[in-house]
Design a protein around this ligand. Structure first.
Ligand code: PMP
Length: 406
């Protein structure tokens, strides 16, 4: 008698994971001649690779017995000091003792959601929001309710309305997940004026805020805004990352949580990875504490600023009437609104034929993604972080033609 192998009986949560459209485009974008405006990869050409190589070699020869060993569950002292240094540079001083190091901030987000949410709970998030966060929420079997944003970021009134509506429907709302600075995917920054209002609304509603801030130091002019964590450290869980300011391959991120969550976060982190890579953490420590990382970052900001400007100019030149776009002041992304009814999927098919790729808007919302009229159907994300200015201009020109053909 044969029975179905038990490994085919996947848990219900397995169905929640969708392939990341950003990763799906990897293969297409690797084809010769294709311009990728899809993946939000940092430009690593600014890094002092020789210096980092020397540091890596020295770490292994001189500190290898520690750096290649298991490490502390909260992170190494050096990496936590490096986090404090980076957060202070953004105007967000923090006690290194309060920092939980993780293997990228993606992992920190998953741990936080794991600790806060039961299946069926609701997380509020900007509409649109980071596709990787949607993956975490789905995997944890939580529902997402999108909150509208405008050119000043998340709209406080829409947040209040969403909390009241969901609660009146008997739903358990567990947290607000938000990306206040140079938001992925729109590039929009939450205004200084709205920050205390949003903090106040969530505090009054007893709703923790998960503040995801991987791009805060990437303002084109170097300007920073106070984090919501600074405004209400007892109700805001702050997530940070070295991925965009050093290198994503290191896989070092962090969380700064209110006191009652710190120990559970450490235990959950240990259950997942025991500890983040000590080798990577030591390299981060050497780089942030021993190199002029801020000068390197200033160079990177200059690159992103020129690239964004090139995209803005090209959009003005090549987009047909009825297309609108965001004007980011930092980060990696610009968000496009196509004329009503134009399908981002149809535009993507035409764009692939024209050898340019982007991420369709529906990827950044929960729910069905091919039905006409669903959120994101007439929207798309362009990343300008990696390609040269001329390539970006040509990519936008090709995109303009693809949209015109629809
Ligand atoms: N949050 C946002 C908004 C992101 O854009 C990303 C990376 N694309 C992450 C989190 C994950 O970053 P990490 O590499 O630190 O896991």
């Amino acid at each position: 008698m044969s029975s179905t192998p038990t490994f085919l009986h996947l848990a219900a949560r397995a169905a929640g994971y969708r392939p990341s459209p950003v990763r799906d485009f990897w293969e297409v974008s690797m084809q010769p001649g294709v311009i990728s405006l899809a993946g939000g990869n940092p430009d690593l050409t600014v890094l002092p690779l020789a210096g980092l190589g020397e540091a890596a070699s020295r770490i292994i020869t001189e500190r290898g017995l520690d750096a290649l060993q298991y490490g502390s569950g909260t992170g190494t002292g050096g990496a936590r000091d490096a986090v404090a240094r980076v957060m202070a540079a953004e105007g967000n001083p923090v006690d290194p003792e309060h920092v939980q190091i993780t293997a990228g901030s993606q992992m920190a987000l998953e741990l936080v959601v794991k600790l806060l949410c039961d299946p069926g709970d609701v997380i509020l998030a900007e509409g649109p929001t980071y596709v990787g966060a949607l993956g975490v929420f789905a995997g944890m079997q939580t529902d997402v309710a999108h909150v509208a944003m405008d050119s000043d970021g998340l709209i406080p009134e829409a947040l209040e309305e969403a909390i009241a509506r969901l609660r009146s429907e008997g739903r358990t709302v567990k947290a607000l997940y938000t990306i206040p600075n140079f938001h992925n995917p729109t590039g929009i920054t939450l205004s200084a004026e709205r920050r205390p209002r949003i903090v106040e609304i969530c505090s009054r509603a007893g709703l923790p805020i998960i503040e995801d801030n991987p791009y805060g130091l990437l303002g084109f002019d170097g300007a920073t805004l106070p984090s919501m964590h600074q405004l209400d450290p007892d109700n805001v869980i702050y997530l940070g990352s070295f991925s965009k300011i050093v290198a994503p391959g290191l896989r070092v991120g962090w969380a700064v949580a209110p006191e009652p969550l710190r120990r559970p976060l450490q235990l959950a982190s240990e259950a997942t990875t025991i500890c983040a890579s000590v080798l990577s953490q030591t390299l981060v420590e050497e780089y942030i504490l021993g190199h002029d990382w801020e000068a390197v970052l200033a160079k990177a900001r200059g690159l992103y600023r020129s690239r964004s400007a090139a995209v803005q100019e090209a959009l003005t030149e090549h987009m047909p009437a009825g297309v609108r776009w965001s004007e980011p002041r930092g980060g990696f992304f610009t968000w496009l609104d196509l004329p009503d009814g134009v399908s981002c999927h149809a535009v993507l098919d035409a764009a692939i034929d024209a050898k340019v790729v982007f991420v369709p808007g529906t990827a950044f919302y929960t729910g069905p993604d091919m039905d006409p009229g669903v959120p994101g159907f007439s929207q798309l994300r362009l990343a300008f972080s990696l390609e040269e200015e001329d390539t970006l201009r040509e990519g936008v020109r090709r995109l303009g033609e693809a949209i015109r053909g629809k």
